[in-house]
Design a protein around this ligand. Structure first.
Ligand code: TYD
Length: 205
C-alpha cells in the first residue's frame, strides 16, 4: 500500500508521516518512510539544488528537476518496496508539483500531469492524506523553525495559490482524506490513524 501525505509547508505533514510510520511499525507492519524531493541518492542532490536556489530558476526547469527526482524515487525506492509487500509512506509526490509548480508558479498543468504520469510509471497513491491548514498559521510555524528553504521564503500570495490548488485538486478526488492541520501532532496522528483504519476496512484490504 502506498500512502502519500500532502499539504503546504508548515502543515505538520512531515511529523505526521513519521508518527504514522512508527505506529504502523508498532502494529507489526513493514514500513518504508520516504519523501519527495530527496527519497533517492540522486534525489538528495536534486533536493539540495531545489531548496537552496540562490536566484529563482525557470519554473519549467524547476518542475523537471522535481520530475527527475520523482522518476528516480519511484524506480529506486517505491517500486521495490511495494514489490516486497511493504507499506510505503511518502511525504509528498506528484500532486506537490501540480500545486507548487502548476498553481504556484503558473506553468501548464496539462504538461505537469503528462510528465508526472511518465515519471510515476503507473504508480499512484492508494490513499492520499491532505493536511489542510490556514496560510497564516502555517507561516508562523515555518518561521519558528529557523532557516527557510527557497519555497518557504515565498510570499503569502504564493501560499494562498497553493491552498487553492490543493483544495481544488482534492475537491472530488477519490481516496483522499482531508485532515485538520491545526490539531496538535498527537491529535493529528491519532485522527489520521483512525481514518486510515476506517479506509482499510471499507476497501476490505
Ligand atoms: P518538503 O520536503 O516538504 O520540505 P521540508 O522537508 O524542508 O519541510 O518539500 C520541499 C519543498 O519543495 C517544499 O517547499 C515543497 C516543494 N516542492 C515543490 O515545489 N514541488 C514538488 O513537486 C515537490 C515534491 C516539492
Amino acid at each position: 500500500m502506498l500512502i502519500c501525505i500532502e499539504g503546504i509547508d508548515g502543515s505538520g505533514k512531515s511529523t505526521l508521516a513519521q508518527k504514522l510510520a512508527q505506529s504502523l511499525q508498532d502494529a507489526g507492519r513493514s514500513v518504508v518512510l520516504t519523501k519527495e524531493p530527496g527519497g533517492s541518492k540522486l534525489g538528495k542532490q536534486l533536493r539540495e539544488i531545489l531548496q537552496t536556489q540562490p536566484v529563482p530558476i525557470n519554473p519549467i526547469s524547476e518542475f523537471l528537476l522535481f520530475a527527475a527526482d520523482r522518476a528516480q524515487h519511484v524506480n529506486e525506492v517505491i517500486k521495490p518496496a511495494l514489490a516486497a509487500g511493504k507499506v510505503v509512506i511518502t511525504d509528498r509526490m506528484g500532486d506537490s508539483s501540480l500545486v507548487y509548480q502548476g498553481y504556484g508558479r503558473g506553468i501548464d498543468k496539462k504538461n505537469i500531469l503528462l510528465v508526472n504520469d511518465w515519471a510515476l510509471q503507473g504508480i499512484t497513491p492508494d490513499l492520499t492524506l491532505y493536511v489542510k491548514i490556514d496560510g497564516t498559521i502555517a507561516a508562523q510555524r515555518v518561521k519558528n523553525r529557523g532557516s527557510l528553504s527557497a519555497f518557504e521564503k515565498e510570499h503569502a500570495v504564493f501560499v494562498e495559490r497553493l491552498i487553492t490548488g490543493f483544495n481544488e485538486i482534492y475537491a472530488d478526488r477519490k481516496n483522499v482524506i482531508t485532515l485538520d492541520g491545526t490539531q496538535s501532532p498527537e491529535e493529528l496522528s491519532l485522527t489520521a490513524g483512525k481514518a486510515i483504519d476506517q479506509w482499510i476496512n471499507q476497501q476490505n484490504l
